[in-house]
Structures are given as C-alpha cells and as structure tokens.
Design a protein around this ligand. Structure first.
Ligand code: BGC
Length: 737
C-alpha cells in the first residue's frame, strides 16, 4: 500500500523563472511587435507541401553543383535584393525566433529560425536535459540522438535553421548560461557539438553553432531589464592570447566546421581583443574561413551586430533580428562609401545561397508547422534515456543507493526541487509537452508497500521531523541559472536556506541522500554529513522518471562530471581577480588563466577539488589494466569487477612535455574517451584513437600547430584524478624510460 503523499504548499508546476525566462528576444520582441506587420509577403511560416519550391529557373537544375546554382542565382539578383537578404524580418511569424527575407520574384523562400539548443522554443516541445547533462553522458551517440530529436521537432514546427548547439565553455561556475553548454573541456565539448550537429542536419535542418566566440558570462548586478551591468555580455572586452584561443576556446567551433560541416555560425556578444565578435576579421575571416575553410554563413546573435560597415567588412553575413546594423538604409550607405563593396556583398550573399542549395532548401517544400507530426511519446523516451545516462553519482557511503525496497518502507521526499520541473531560463527555455517531477517519478516507481512522504522543505524543522520518521530521506535541491545575469554566489542559493535544510535533515536522519538539479558546479559544505549525492543537472521533462529509476537501481548511474566541482570558491582561477571575472573598470575580462582552464588549473596548482572533472561513481566497480599506446591510439582493458551491469566512461589524458621553459603545459588534457557497457565480470578491450592533434600545442611564434619532441604521458582511467594505468610515448626521437 502506498501511503498518500503529504503535500506542502509548493505547487507542482514550473518555477517562477518560467515567467521571466523568455530571454532578450522575448522581451524586445514584445516591445517591437506593437504596430508592425507580419512577414514580408504576409505568408505563414510554412506553405503547403510539395516537391520543390525552386520554380522554373536555371538554378533549379539539381544536376548542377551547389556552387554552380549559387552563381546563377547570384547573377539574377539586384543589389537591393542582395541587401534585403542580409537582414532578417523584424517580426518573426508564428513563434519562430527569426525569419530571413525571401525574394518572391525569384522564388527564394523565407528561411525560418528557431531556438535551440535544449529543445524548440516555439509553443510546446520536448524539453531535453540541459547541455551540461548531455555532456555528463560522455556518449556521442546520445549527442547525435539529441540533435536528431531537436532537429526533427524544429522541422515539424516549420523551421529551416535551429540555433544550436551551444558549446560555450563553462569558465566560471556563476555563468548564467553554464547549463546550456558542455562543460569545461574543449575536446568533450567538441565531441558533443559535432554529434549534435550531425543529428540535426541529418533531419534536413541546418544547425547553428553558437556562440562564436569567448562568450562565457552574462555579467553581475543591475536592475531588470538592465541586469548584468558589471561584465555584461554586450559590454565586455575579452582579452585572450592566441594560444588560449586555439587550444581552449575555439576547438569546438573548429570541429563543428571541419568534422560536422555545420551550416551556420552565430557570432557572439563580447568584444574580443578590442573588436566585437560579429565584426572581428581575425575570427570571422582569418580563422573561420581561411584556416578552417568554413563555407556556410555567419549570423549575428540578437543585438550583437553593432556597426554596419565593420560587420560588413569583418565577415558577418546575416543579421536575423532585430534589424539594427543590416537594414537596407545602413547597408546601402556602406555600399556607397566602400570601394569594391560589390564583391564583398556578393561574398556574403553567396555564403547564404550556397548553404541553402547545399542543404536542399530550394528543392523541397516548406516544412509545415504541424507538431502533430512529432512522435511525442518516442521523444519523451529519448529525453529520459539521455537523462538516465547523465545522472552522476558523486557519493554513496555504505551503499545507501540504490534504495532497497525490501528494507526501505518509508521514504521522505524533501525540498524545494522535489515537485517541480527544474530548468534554466532564457532563450533556451522550453515549454515541455509534458513533465514528470521527481516526486511523481518516485511515487510511481515505489509501488505498493512503500510510503512516500513529501515536504517542500521551507520549514527546516518540519522537514527534519518528517525525515526522522522515515527509513531514508531524499533531499531535492537546485540552483537557479538564467540568461542575462550571472549568479551572485556558488551556493545552491545565496541565502543558504537549502544548505541549512540539508544539514537539518541529515542531522535528523543519517540515511540522507541529496539529489542536486543544477546547471553548474555548486558548493556542498554539507557533503561529509550526507551519505549519498546524486547530480541530476537540469534534467528535462522526463527527469522525475529518470531520477526515480536511478534511485531504485533500475538504472545504474554512469554520468561523469564535465566540469570540476571546486571545494571552495577561493579555489577558482578567477577568485579575487575581478579583472578576470566579472571585469575590470573598463569592462575588460582578462582570460589570464590561459590554457590552465578548468581541471588543468586545479591540476597545475595542486588544488584538490570536491569532485574532479570526469568523476562519477556507479553501483558497480571497474578495473583498468594492460594499456598499450602508439601515436595513433591506445587500447586498454576495462573489467566490471562488481555484481551489477554498468557503464564505464574510459578517459584518456595526455601529458605533454614543455617545448621550452617559458611555454607551460597543463599536467594532462583529455584527448579521447569511450563509454562501455559491461555485464558483471565482463571485460572489454577498449580502443581510444589518437592522432597528431592529440599531441599538438599552438606554437605562437610560428603561428601554427606543433608537436614538441619529448616524452608524452598517456594516462587512462575513470576521472582526471583517477588514472591507474599510464604509459610513456616518445615523440620526435626522444629517449624516454
Ligand atoms: C541568445 C541566443 C539566442 C537568441 C535568440 C540571444 O539572446 O544569446 O543564444 O539564440 O537570443 O533567442
């Protein structure tokens, strides 16, 4: 028999952030919407189905290449039409996030854009686990399934382009949007982004890698809507050296271009070394086009294009919304004032047209905005399966988990995050098709014979009394993250209320487990006082079921941290350095940590984190042995040494020699990983491919990648701090022991 749930006052609904989460676009769109017309030709977002919308033009010959078709169409466009294509419509129709101007005379269709990246922000959609949760799976197949799901929903809501993935690195735990990206490691972030993009683009939807580049903070303090004034994303000037860019901040974008053939890239808000990202010729021309060979188009984040001439010359192809820099008036003025501007104009338009031809946009009907075509049940299952792999077990003293329903007869489910759907706010916020709270998931899973007692934890003494009466206490806590403003402290909340609740419950009942739903690292001053800690991240709409299945052992947790959880805020590389974060008085943010980013910092400085990068426990155990290494890869044996089936996340780190005394190297850096499922007692030989890039550093003197001669340490194991098997690999003729 299940004892009725004792509900306290917090309602089972979204948190208050839902009301304020529409993001910059939502706020300004509402203001601009007044008195403005619909799309340029008044059409709805998606017209009738049909085989092709290209018309009867020479460029509609599909036997020609995308380049040939582009040149034919480009030659048919007037200058005014080219200019019109470079700016979006200021009032996107029917809930889309953006729409590009079509040219009806030449049958160039309207192009529809949507946020991204954690689900579609257009009516209801499947709300996926946050990006940081996806990264915690360390599963590239999961990333591809995730991308395929959001790509499919973008399409069935009538969109051509999806604003995602977001692969901004988590530089400071306070970052308002830390939950959207893939944590602190460039290699892990790149793997997630590549597979996400492949998943999206396989659906016939163009992905948009964002944000390019160096967008790692929202800013602190201020009064809405002008939040985040100190170190504000639109005001800061990131000072960063080229090596740090190439090795840390740019690899995910590079992989998106070179490995996943991403169709579009969104330039970011900050200035970088003095020049706004959307008018930055180093980033948009030298690196993106000349070095990486990007052939898609660059579009601006919303309000990130400041100056028409600088953007036009710097490499921005399209400003979706709002039309500030790329209105016809501004662009025509630039064209009139700039010698040789016709060729540059053609380059910008060519980038867009070729992308649309390459992705088949002309050769199909407009996608219908009809979400009855979405298989919502299957998508809910996918969202849940990914979350089940994301949940990360951080502590499990005396094997409190999984809950043994033979012995546990009364469960206290406590806390402000127990009966809510927890998510991050802003432009990535998704209105879910349906949702399951942790309490609902637990009640459904516990079944007859287990009493589930709920308290919202607002009164710690009341919660403690309920916990004292139970066989086990599960405390659900969360942090709040939102676009537009960074958090003010690294605690769960800056009042300390949730920390006090945990202390009170743990005092009343030693059998206490804490379930975190956070989008970034938080401080856990109580961690020695509780027996189990589970990080569920912002878990998506099916989070309640996934959490329950892990708690009861139907799923063996296999998530691993994509970011370091420091023991103290004083340990952060930016601690006490306002010029590193949030900004100096001139709004400069110095990336002084350089390549000692994330765990590289903690390792180099010998600082013990609370939980290191890559860490995650299981209900079983794994042993590593027999490492073989060569410059093209390593192989290692992993054995499940426990009594349950489970998945190991095998991680390979490379320690590089210093090329010269003045060039520092992080002690080790992630260069390969693989998730392997193993039955009890089973062993597998796991191959971990490496190549020259695994051993390369950016040599600033020559402006190129280089491999230093010397002895490379290859270390393999279950986290950045647990690397039991190691080998040395000589390079460049070095003699190593
Ligand atoms: C965000 C982008 C988002 C855009 C449109 C901006 O505020 O930075 O990530 O795609 O709004 O909603």
């Amino acid at each position: 028999m299940t004892v009725p749930i004792l509900r306290s006052t917090l309602s089972r609904t979204m948190t208050r952030r839902a009301a304020i989460g529409a993001g910059l676009f939502g706020i300004v769109a509402t203001l601009l919407a007044c008195g403005q017309s619909s799309t340029p030709d008044g059409t709805a977002s998606a017209s009738a189905d049909g085989p092709s919308r290209c018309g009867e033009h020479p460029w509609c010959d599909t036997s020609l290449s995308a380049d040939e078709r582009t040149e034919l169409l480009l030659a048919a466009l007037t200058q005014d039409e080219k200019v019109a294509l470079m700016g979006g419509n200021n009032h996107p129709a029917a809930g889309h996030t953006g729409v590009g101007a079509g040219i009806a005379r030449l049958d160039i269709p309207l192009i529809y854009y949507t946020d991204g990246p954690l689900g579609i922000r257009q009516g209801k959609a499947t709300a996926m686990p946050a990006g940081i949760a996806l990264a915690a799976t360390w599963n590239t197949d999961a990333a591809q399934r995730y991308g395929a799901l959001v790509g499919d929903e973008a399409k069935h809501k009538g969109n051509d382009v999806l604003f995602g993935p977001a692969a901004d690195l988590l530089r400071v735990p306070l970052a308002g949007r830390g939950f959207e990206g893939y944590g602190e490691d460039p290699w892990l972030a790149a793997r997630m982004a590549v597979h996400y993009i492949r998943g999206v683009q396989q659906q016939g939807v163009i992905a948009d890698f964002k944000h390019y580049a160096d967008y790692t903070q929202e800013g602190q303090i201020g009064v809405p809507p002008l939040t985040g004034l100190i170190g504000a994303r639109v005001l800061v000037n990131v000072i960063v050296d080229e090596r740090t860019q190439r090795e840390i901040h740019l690899p995910a974008a590079r992989a998106a271009v070179q490995e996943a053939n991403v169709g579009t890239i969104m330039c970011s808000y900050p200035r970088i070394n003095g020049t706004y990202a959307c008018e930055n010729p180093f980033l948009l021309r030298d690196v993106l086009r000349d070095d990486w060979g990007f052939r898609g188009y660059v579009l601006a984040d919303y309000l990130a294009a400041h100056n028409a001439a600088a953007s036009f010359q710097g490499g921005l192809d399209f400003e979706p919304w709002p039309p500030l820099a790329y209105r016809p008036f501004e662009l025509n003025a630039v064209l009139a004032a700039t010698p040789d501007s016709a060729a540059t104009l053609d380059d910008h338009v060519r980038n867009m047209l070729r992308t649309w031809f390459a992705f088949g946009v002309f050769d199909r009907a407009a996608y219908m905005d009809d979400d009855t075509r979405i298989d919502k049940a299957a998508h809910a299952d996918t969202a849940q399966a990914i979350e089940e792999q994301a949940i990360t077990l951080l502590q499990n003293d005396g094997e409190l988990l999984p809950l043994d329903t033979g012995r546990v007869k009364r469960i206290a489910v406590i806390g402000p995050a127990a009966d809510v759907y927890q998510f991050g706010g802003g432009s990535s916020q998704v209105d879910p098709f349906s949702m399951v709270t942790p309490l609902q998931g637990i009640v459904a899973r516990a079944g007859d014979g287990v009493a589930v007692v709920h308290d919202d934890g607002r009164i710690a003494s009341r919660a403690a009394a309920i916990a004292a009466d139970a066989d086990v206490a599960l405390v659900f806590v969360a942090n709040r993250q939102i676009e537009g403003r960074d958090q003010l402290c690294m605690s769960l909340d800056c009042t300390g209320a949730q920390d006090r609740l945990i202390e009170a419950v743990a005092t009343a009942n030693p059998a206490t487990a804490v379930i975190l739903q956070t989008g970034a690292p938080v401080l856990m001053p109580w961690r020695q006082r509780v027996r189990a800690i589970l990080e569920a991240w912002f878990p998506g709409q099916q989070g309640g079921n996934a959490i329950a299945r892990v708690l009861f052992g139907d799923i063996n947790p296999s998530g691993h941290l994509p970011v370091t959880f420091p023991d103290s805020a004083d340990d952060l590389p930016t601690a006490g350095r306002a010029d590193q974060y949030p900004a100096d008085l001139l709004q400069n943010v110095h990336f002084r940590e350089g390549v000692l980013f994330g765990y590289r910092w903690y390792d180099a400085k010998n600082i013990a984190p609370a939980f290191p990068f890559g860490f995650g426990l299981s209900y079983t155990t794994f042993a590593y042995s027999d490492l073989d290494v060569s410059p093209s890869g390593a192989s290692v044996t992993v054995r499940n040494t426990g009594a349950r089936a489970g998945a190991a996340v095998v991680q390979l780190y490379v320690g590089m020699p210093q090329p010269s005394p003045d060039i520092i190297q992080p002690p080790h850096q992630l260069k390969a990983f693989r998730r392997v499922s193993l039955a009890p007692g089973e062993a597998a030989r796991v191959a971990l491919p490496l190549d020259t890039s695994s051993f390369s550093y950016w040599d600033t003197a020559s402006g190129a990648w280089a491999v230093a001669p010397g002895c490379y340490e290859i270390a393999v194991g279950a986290s950045s701090r647990e690397l039991p098997v190691r080998a040395t690999l000589p390079m460049g003729g070095a003699q190593c022991d």
